[in-house]
Design a protein around this ligand. Structure first.
Ligand SMILES: NC(=O)c1ccc[n+]([C@@H]2O[C@H](COP(=O)([O-])OP(=O)(O)OC[C@H]3O[C@@H](n4cnc5c(N)ncnc54)[C@H](OP(=O)(O)O)[C@@H]3O)[C@@H](O)[C@H]2O)c1
Length: 232
């Protein structure tokens, strides 16, 4: 693709899982005023965004390292990195398969940790940066039959807070976003097509909160931001 370094719009923002759901909507909103690059596994869906995209599976660190290196050399900076890619699991623990448990931990936990590990040296080099981790209300609450998803999101809550302390002195802001249920296809794609989403957040509402985080002044850190539908 063409080198667009001389024609950048606003901030350079990279979003994992930018091909569907919350990531896609966030990419659309942010791209009105910024240069947004979307990452995901499905090329057809990525192409449909009409944004610059890279095939990048967050569970493949070598592919991810190569992807971030390409983006950095093309744009010369990454102002904001949004760890959004995620998957979901529900059910009694003994009914959850070993494979699905591994997949959830690989994407939701190791994916966020590894992508952050890759992006941090670039942000340290530029002396600034914003990392937004899309967590969940499941990262601070708990309920039965959500043990594995809850574990994955609590891990990210701890990771986000520890990294916030570690990186703030170096000018890098790490922020956690904790939305309640959103009307995405996350549940249908993961075995629960009939989940009642009546009292769930509109995707646009959930994405606008991320824009709010991105739009803060550079010297402001949002320690944590949680939203949910008032009747959920
Ligand atoms: N929906 C909710 O109610 C809700 C509530 C709170 C928090 N969240 C969190 O919000 C985030 C987005 O969820 P969503 O509801 O928007 O789900 P979604 O509609 O299923 O979108 C998930 C996105 O993640 C990508 N993805 C999945 N695995 C990936 C991998 N290994 N590597 C790269 N990309 C991958 C998917 O892309 P491809 O499959 O095309 O690669 C897709 O773009 C997740 O972290 C989720 O836990 C969701």
């Amino acid at each position: 693709m063409e080198n667009t370094r001389n024609a950048l719009l606003g901030k350079v923002i990279v979003i994992t899982g930018g091909s569907d759901g919350l990531g896609l909507e966030t990419a659309k909103i942010l791209s009105e005023e910024n240069t947004v690059i979307v990452l995901g596994r499905n090329e057809e869906r990525l192409k449909a965004t009409k944004l610059d995209y890279y095939i990048c599976d967050v569970t493949k660190p070598i592919q991810a390292e190569e992807t971030i290196a390409k983006i950095y050399s093309k744009y010369g900076k990454i102002d904001c990195f949004i760890n959004n890619a995620g998957t979901w699991i529900v059910g009694k623990l003994e009914d959850n398969s070993f494979d699905k448990i591994s997949e959830v931990i690989d994407i939701n936990v190791k994916g966020v940790i590894n992508m952050t590990k890759i992006i941090v040296p670039y942000m340290k080099k530029q002396g600034n940066g914003l990392i937004i981790n899309v967590d969940s209300t499941a990262g601070v609450n708990w309920k039965s039959e959500y043990s594995v998803y809850t574990s994955s999101k609590w891990a990210i809550t701890g990771f986000t807070k520890a990294m916030q302390s570690e990186l703030l002195p170096q000018g890098i802001r790490v922020e956690g976003y904790y939305p309640g249920t959103i009307k995405t296809r996350l549940f249908a794609k993961n075995g629960l097509p009939d989940k009642d989403l009546t009292n769930a957040l509109e995707i646009n509402t959930a994405a606008k909160a991320i824009k709010f985080m991105v739009d803060q002044d550079d010297n402001v850190v949002i320690m944590e931001l949680g939203i949910k539908h008032m009747y959920n």
